[in-house]
Design a protein. Structure first.
Length: 443
C-alpha cells in the first residue's frame, strides 16, 4: 500500500536523522544520506580508513576522499557552510578529479532533492528569516564589504581576468569566442542598450571597477563618464588607466557612494554592483537613481539574480567571499522599480553566459596555482578555487542567471522598436572589436 503524504514526510525526516546524529561512524552515516541523495551521476567516497563506497550510476562522475574520521561530524550541522571550509582545510580532497566535478554531482542532485531534505530546507528557511538583518548595507558597512573582496591584491585578479580586467559576466555571442572577445561583446551589448545616440552625453557608472567600461564609453562613444567605486585598489587602477589613455577629462573616477552624488546624468549604468545593495535598500537605490537620471535618460542594470524566486545567500559565500551580498529574484526588484515611478523598458536574461565565464576564470586561476600561493597561501587558493567552482555550478545547477534591466523615466525616451540595440551593437567599435567573430563585427 502506498504511503500517505504525511507518512512520506515522516519517513523522509526519519531517513535524514542519521545525517544529524553521528553514532555509527563517518562513512556509514554519510552513506545513509548519500544513498538517498545521489539519484543522478556517480559519487565515490573514500573514508579516512580507505573504505570506498559508490553512490548512484552514470555521468557526471566524481570521487571524494575524507582525510579524517571527524569530517562528517564537523560537516553535519551546516553542510552548506562546512563543505567549503573542509575543502579549504584539506580535509575533503577530490580524488582523480577536481572540486568542480564533486560540486557538479552534488548540486545536480541537491537541485532535485533540496525540498525533500529537512536539514537543508530548514537551514535555508532560517537564512531567509535572518536576511533583512544581514543585508542592512549602510554606507560604512558597504565600504567594508567592498574592501573585503575588491581590495585584494591587484596581482590576484591579473592572474585570471582578461586584459581589461572585466570582473563580471561576459557575453558569448558566437561559438569559439575567447574570454577577451566575450568581454568586449558584453561591453558593446550594454552600451547598445544605453542608446548613446549622440556625443557628450553625461554617463554615471555605479560600481565602475577597474574602469574598463567607462574608458570605452569615453573613448569610443564620446561620452563624459563619472565612475564611482568604494574600492581603493580599483580606484587607483582606473585613474591610472584614464591618465595613460589621455582620457582624464572625459573619464573621471571617484571614491564615492552613489547615495552621496548630486546632479543629473543622461545615462546611468551599473554592472555587477546591484548584488551588493541588499533588498532593504532597494527603495533607496531606485529613488536615488531616479533623482540622478534626467527626464529623457536611460539606465541599464546588469546583475546576478535568481530564476527560481527569492532565496538567501549561501553561508559560505557570505562568510568568505561576499559579505552583505545577495542575488535577487525579479519579483523582488520589479515592484520596487514600479513604486519608484520608473518604467522598465527592456529585460534580458543571460543564462549560461556566466557559467562559461566562470569556467574560463577557474581554468586560468588553477593554472596559476603557484603564483596565487606565493601571493597568499594554499588555503586561500583552495578558498578561491571553491568559490569559482561553486559559482559556476550555481549557474548550471542552482537557478542563477544574469539580468539586464533597462529603465527609463519617460515613456518616449527610446525608439519605438529594439532595432537600435542591434544596430548600435554592430556599429560600436570598442578596442578588440576587429578580432571578434565575423558575424558580430561592426558593419
Amino acid at each position: 500500500m502506498a504511503n500517505s503524504p504525511q507518512e512520506r514526510v515522516f519517513i523522509q525526516c526519519i531517513e535524514a536523522l542519521p545525517f544529524q546524529i553521528w553514532v555509527w561512524g563517518d562513512l556509514l552515516m554519510l552513506g545513509l544520506f548519500l544513498s538517498r541523495l545521489i539519484r543522478q551521476g556517480t559519487l565515490t567516497v573514500i573514508d579516512s580508513k580507505g573504505r570506498r563506497r559508490t553512490y548512484g550510476a552514470g555521468s557526471p562522475r566524481a570521487s571524494l576522499r575524507l582525510a579524517d574520521s571527524r569530517v562528517v561530524w564537523d560537516m553535519m550541522w551546516n553542510p552548506e557552510l562546512r563543505l567549503g571550509e573542509l575543502f579549504m582545510d584539506g580535509r575533503i580532497v577530490p580524488e582523480q578529479c577536481s572540486i568542480v566535478d564533486v560540486l557538479d554531482v552534488l548540486m545536480l542532485n541537491l537541485e532535485q532533492a533540496r525540498h525533500h531534505i529537512a536539514l537543508i530546507e530548514t537551514g535555508r528557511a532560517l537564512r531567509r528569516l535572518l536576511r533583512p538583518l544581514r543585508q542592512r548595507n549602510h554606507a560604512a558597512s558597504a565600504k567594508a564589504n567592498v574592501h573585503h573582496h575588491y581590495d585584494l591584491s591587484g596581482q590576484l585578479y591579473d592572474l585570471f581576468l582578461d586584459q581589461d580586467k572585466q570582473y563580471s559576466c561576459a557575453y558569448f555571442s558566437a561559438p569559439g569566442e575567447t574570454l577577451e572577445e566575450a568581454q568586449v561583446g558584453k561591453k558593446r551589448h550594454i552600451a547598445a542598450k544605453l542608446n548613446l545616440d549622440r556625443e557628450d552625453l553625461d554617463v554615471l557608472d555605479i560600481g565602475s571597477g577597474w574602469g574598463g567600461l567607462a574608458l570605452d564609453l569615453a573613448r569610443d562613444c564620446g561620452a563624459r563618464v563619472l565612475g564611482c567605486t568604494l574600492s581603493d585598489e580599483q580606484l587607483k587602477v582606473a585613474r591610472a588607466r584614464s591618465n595613460k589613455a589621455g582620457l582624464s577629462e572625459r573619464a573621471k573616477f571617484g571614491l564615492i557612494d552613489y547615495r552621496a552624488l548630486d546632479g543629473q546624468f543622461d545615462r546611468i549604468v551599473s554592472v555587477g554592483m546591484f548584488e551588493h545593495v541588499g533588498v532593504p535598500q532597494y527603495p533607496e537605490f531606485f529613488a536615488k537613481t531616479r533623482d540622478l537620471l534626467k527626464d529623457d535618460g536611460v539606465m541599464v542594470l546588469h546583475f546576478i539574480g535568481r530564476s527560481d524566486g527569492p532565496g538567501s545567500t549561501n553561508p559560505w559565500i557570505r562568510k568568505y567571499i561576499f559579505p552583505g551580498g545577495y542575488t535577487p529574484a525579479l519579483s523582488e526588484v520589479l515592484p520596487v522599480i514600479e513604486n519608484s515611478r520608473l518604467i522598465v523598458s527592456d529585460i534580458e536574461v543571460l543564462r549560461l553566459h556566466y557559467a562559461e565565464t566562470l569556467k574560463e576564470w577557474r581554468k586560468r586561476f588553477v593554472a596559476r596555482h603557484d603564483e596565487v600561493v606565493k601571493l597568499y597561501d594554499e588555503r586561500f587558493f583552495r578558498m578561491w578555487e571553491f568559490y569559482l567552482a561553486g559559482s559556476e555550478m550555481g549557474f548550471r545547477r542552482d537557478g542563477l542567471v544574469v539580468y539586464q534591466i533597462q529603465v527609463i523615466k519617460q515613456i518616449d525616451a527610446l525608439p519605438m522598436t529594439r532595432d537600435y540595440m542591434v544596430d548600435d551593437e554592430r556599429r560600436i567599435k570598442f578596442a578588440g572589436t576587429d578580432h571578434m567573430p565575423h558575424q558580430i563585427r561592426a558593419a
